[in-house]
Ligand binder design. Structure first.
Ligand SMILES: Cc1cc2nc3c(=O)[nH]c(=O)nc-3n(C[C@H](O)[C@H](O)[C@H](O)COP(=O)(O)O)c2cc1C
Length: 191
């Protein structure tokens, strides 16, 4: 085969692009993550979008791959129903099955793991994620958003579910509360 410099340039350029891992990619891929971004993954959970903003910022700044952690069965659209379900799942230590898994997770040595605080702890899928992906030997860099009450016991929950991983100091940010937005909109509507 002849060495075609233009083809080589295209391949090199595409290898430099960070991946956004979709469900389709997860279903098909068995290890296509390569290139400089491949060593770092940004995996995150979000409901109202606050944590996604941070995840996207890290993804673009570090050219890291991006993966949204979602449960196989979505939570209700209704905020109060979600709060209630999350409380029940927390209390029984439920680990919901995930909608998709990260292909070739072994390729990553650093995982930025982002989540909102739910019921003063990590959302249930944050317990599922390290159970379904081997975290041993990896560095986890948590980033957490909360509505004003801090990270609760989320970091100790994470540590207990990711044995063998090194957990770096977390980035913790207070962010908009869906509850506050809902209450204000309902007030405006006169409800
Ligand atoms: C089910 C549920 C439970 C929550 N529980 C807490 C809590 O215990 N403490 C807190 O400070 N904020 C709590 N919040 C607020 C979120 O942590 C906060 O708004 C976060 O930034 C939302 O992130 P997201 O937009 O990425 O979903 C809760 C939100 C939801 C939806």
């Amino acid at each position: 085969m002849t060495d075609d410099p233009s083809r080589r340039a295209v391949l090199t350029a595409s290898a430099l692009l960070p991946l956004v891992l979709s469900d389709a990619a997860c279903a098909q891929s068995n290890g296509s993550a390569t290139g400089p971004g491949a060593k770092t993954l940004v995996a995150y959970v979000t409901r109202s979008g606050n944590t996604r903003v941070i995840a996207g910022t890290i993804h673009r700044a570090l050219r890291a791959d991006l993966f949204e952690i979602r449960p196989r069965t979505p939570y209700p659209d209704d905020y109060d129903e979600t709060v209630e379900q999350a409380r029940r799942e927390r209390d029984r230590g439920f680990e919901p099955p995930l909608a998709a898994t990260v292909p070739a997770v072994a390729a990553y040595d650093t995982i930025f793991l982002g989540f909102p605080i739910w019921g003063e702890t990590a959302p249930p899928v944050i317990r599922s994620f390290p159970r379904t992906h081997d975290m041993a030997g990896k560095t986890i860099r948590p980033f957490i958003t909360h509505g004003g009450y801090g990270p609760g016991n989320s970091l100790s929950v994470l540590a207990s579910h990711a044995p063998g991983a090194q957990i770096a100091p977390a980035f913790v940010l207070e962010a908009d509360q869906e509850r506050r937005t809902i209450d204000q909109v309902k007030g405006w509507l006169g409800q």
